[in-house]
Design a protein. Structure first.
Length: 499
C-alpha cells in the first residue's frame, strides 16, 4: 500500500538540512571588475580572471566581504578573525577554471541560528534552525541545453554556455541538521527560507529574486523510523527556486523515501532535481562514490582578516528583524493576519509603511495598495511600486478623507497619475474631477431618481430605510460617482420624511 504524506510522517521521523545560495548585489564580480547586471547578452560580462585564463590574478571584492559579515551578524554568527579561500576542484562545463574558488575549512561566519515561527495543531510554535557556517564563493556559469522536450541535457541536440554569471559573488548559508520538526518539516523549511530572504532583503545585500536564481535552496532530507534515534540516508534536492517549491520538494521527498523504505528498498545518497509540474523529484547524480573535491588553499589570494572595530561598526547597521518588524506594524495598524500575509507576499510592506508615515490612515493605505493599485499592476505585469509613489497615494487618501474625492473619483486620479498625467492635484485639475457637494445640484439628481423609481421612494417613506440604497446608487451613477454618498443619503432621507 502506498503511503501518503500523513502516513509517512506517522511512521518515519524526517531530518532536515538546508543550504541556501545567495548572489550578492555587488556591482562587480567576486574576484574581478566585470559587471554583474542580470540579463546582459551572453558572454559580454567576462574577462581573463573570471574565464580562468593563464596568468590572470584574482582580487577579493571588499563589498562582498562586508555583505558576508552583515549576513553573519544578522544570523547571530561569530565572525572569524581569520578566514581563507580554497580551490574546490571538479569538472563541469560551466566552470571555466575547472575549480571553484570557495571557502572550505575556515569560513568567514560560524555558529549562528535563526528562529522561525509556524502554525501547528497546538498553535504557533518556534523552531530554532542552527546555522553551521556562512561562507563566500563564486557562482558558476550557466548552461543552456537546446533541443529535446525537457530543456535538460538528456535528449538535447547541443548545449550553449554563458559565462556572465561565472564569478558573481555568492554566499552559501548552511544549516546544521534540524531534528524534531516531525510532520511540519516542509513548513519549517519554507518559513526558514522566507525569513532568511526577508533578512537578506532588509540588509540590502541581495535582490533575493528566486525566479532569477539570485537565491536558491538545496534541501537535504532523510528519514528514520520514529523512536529509532538514528539518522537515515539523505538526499539533496538541488536549486529549488521558489518558496512554494521548497515546501513541496521537502514533502515530496518525505513521501518518496517513506515508500521506498516501506517496499524494503534502500535510500541512495544522491542529488535530485525538483519537478515543478508534478511536485516530485528525479535523480541527479549519486554521491555515494563521489570523489573528494580535493580542496587546497587558494595560492593567489591572501587570507581575509576583518578588523574587530569594523565588525563592531557593521553590527550597528543591522536593521530590526523582519519578523519582529511585521509583528510591531501589525499591532500598530490593527491589521488582520491574512492581510499582513498578503502585504508581505506582494512585497508591499515597505511602501504601505511609507504611505502611513506620510499621514495616510493605515486601513486605507493597505486597501489602496492591495486593491486598485495591485490590480492595475497585474494588468501591466509590473510591480505596484513601479506605477505610483507613496507620496501620491497618501495625497489621494487625504483628499478622500477631506471629502474632495469619492472612491470612484480617486480611482480615476490613480489611473491618471499612473498614465503620466502628473501629480494627483494635476490630474484632478486637468480632468475636472470634483465632488458634487452643492445641495441644489444633489437635490436635482435626487428628485430625478425618485421620479424614476416612485415605488422605491414609497417604501422608504413607509420605513424601509435599506431601500434607500437603490436611489443613492442612481444618484451616484447620474453624477458619474462625483457625489458625496453620505450627503446624498442625508438629503434623500430628509426629503422623504425619514431624516
Amino acid at each position: 500500500m502506498t503511503l501518503d504524506y500523513a502516513g509517512a510522517t506517522t511512521k518515519y521521523e524526517p531530518t532536515l538540512g538546508l543550504e541556501v545560495h545567495v548572489e550578492l548585489n555587488t556591482k562587480s564580480k567576486m574576484f574581478c571588475g566585470c559587471a554583474t547586471e542580470f540579463g546582459a547578452e551572453p558572454n559580454t560580462q567576462t574577462c581573463p580572471v573570471c574565464l580562468g585564463l593563464p596568468g590572470a590574478l584574482p582580487v577579493v571584492n571588499a563589498k562582498a566581504i562586508e555583505s558576508s559579515i552583515l549576513i553573519g551578524l544578522a544570523l547571530n554568527c561569530s565572525i572569524a578573525p581569520y578566514s581563507r579561500f580554497a580551490r574546490k576542484n571538479y569538472f563541469y562545463p560551466d566552470m571555466p577554471k575547472n575549480f571553484q574558488t570557495s571557502q572550505f575549512d575556515e569560513p568567514i561566519c560560524v555558529n549562528g541560528y535563526l528562529d522561525v515561527e509556524i502554525q501547528t495543531d497546538e498553535g504557533q510554535k518556534v523552531f530554532r534552525v542552527e546555522i553551521e557556517r556562512v561562507h563566500m564563493e563564486e557562482d558558476t556559469g550557466k548552461s543552456l541545453h537546446v533541443g529535446g522536450a525537457t530543456g535538460r541535457i538528456h535528449g538535447a541536440e547541443y548545449s550553449l554556455l554563458d559565462y556572465n554569471r561565472a564569478g558573481i559573488p555568492l554566499v552559501e548559508i548552511v544549516t546544521r541538521i534540524v531534528p524534531g520538526t516531525g510532520k511540519y518539516a516542509p513548513q519549517v523549511a519554507r518559513a526558514y527560507v522566507t525569513e532568511l530572504r526577508d533578512i537578506l532583503r532588509s540588509l540590502g545585500v541581495s535582490d533575493v529574486k528566486m525566479e532569477q536564481g539570485s537565491l536558491r535552496c538545496d534541501a537535504n532530507v532523510s528519514l528514520a523510523p520514529i523512536g529509532s534515534g538514528k539518522l537515515g540516508t539523505r538526499s539533496e534536492t538541488k536549486n529549488v527556486n521558489s518558496l512554494r517549491s521548497v515546501e513541496r520538494a521537502v514533502s515530496g521527498e518525505i513521501e518518496r523515501q517513506a515508500n521506498r523504505l516501506e517496499a524494503g528498498e534502500r535510500i541512495i545518497q544522491e542529488t535530485r532535481h525538483f519537478l515543478e509540474e508534478s511536485g516530485q523529484t528525479r535523480p541527479g547524480r549519486s554521491k555515494e562514490q563521489a570523489e573528494d573535491y580535493r580542496y587546497f588553499p587558494e595560492p593567489d589570494l591572501v587570507p581575509v582578516t576583518p578588523d574587530a572595530k569594523w565588525i563592531e561598526e557593521l553590527g550597528t547597521r543591522i536593521p530590526e528583524k523582519p519578523s519582529v518588524r511585521r509583528k510591531r506594524l501589525q499591532t500598530q495598524w490593527n491589521c488582520p493576519d491574512k492581510e499582513m500575509e498578503s502585504l508581505v507576499n506582494a512585497e508591499l510592506l515597505d511602501v504601505v509603511e511609507e504611505t502611513i508615515k506620510l499621514g495616510a490612515e493605515p486601513t486605507r493605505a493597505r486597501t489602496w495598495w492591495l486593491g486598485e493599485i495591485s490590480r492595475l499592476a497585474n494588468e501591466k505585469e509590473v510591480a505596484p511600486t513601479s506605477l505610483i509613489t507613496s507620496k501620491d497615494v497618501a495625497e489621494i487618501i487625504a483628499l478622500i478623507v477631506g471629502g474632495d474625492l469619492t472612491d470612484k473619483l480617486a480611482r480615476q486620479v490613480v489611473e491618471g497619475v499612473i498614465s503620466g498625467e502628473g501629480s494627483a492635484s494635476s490630474v484632478i485639475e486637468k480632468r475636472g474631477l470634483k465632488v458634487v457637494s452643492d445641495d441644489s445640484a444633489l437635490m436635482t439628481a435626487i428628485e430625478a431618481a425618485i421620479a424614476a423609481q416612485p415605488d422605491t421612494a414609497e417604501r422608504i417613506r413607509g420605513g424601509n430605510i435599506p431601500a434607500a440604497g437603490a436611489l443613492i446608487g442612481a444618484v451616484m451613477k447620474a453624477t458619474g460617482g462625483a457625489a458625496d454618498a453620505a450627503k446624498v443619503r442625508e438629503l434623500l432621507l430628509k426629503h422623504l420624511g425619514r431624516g
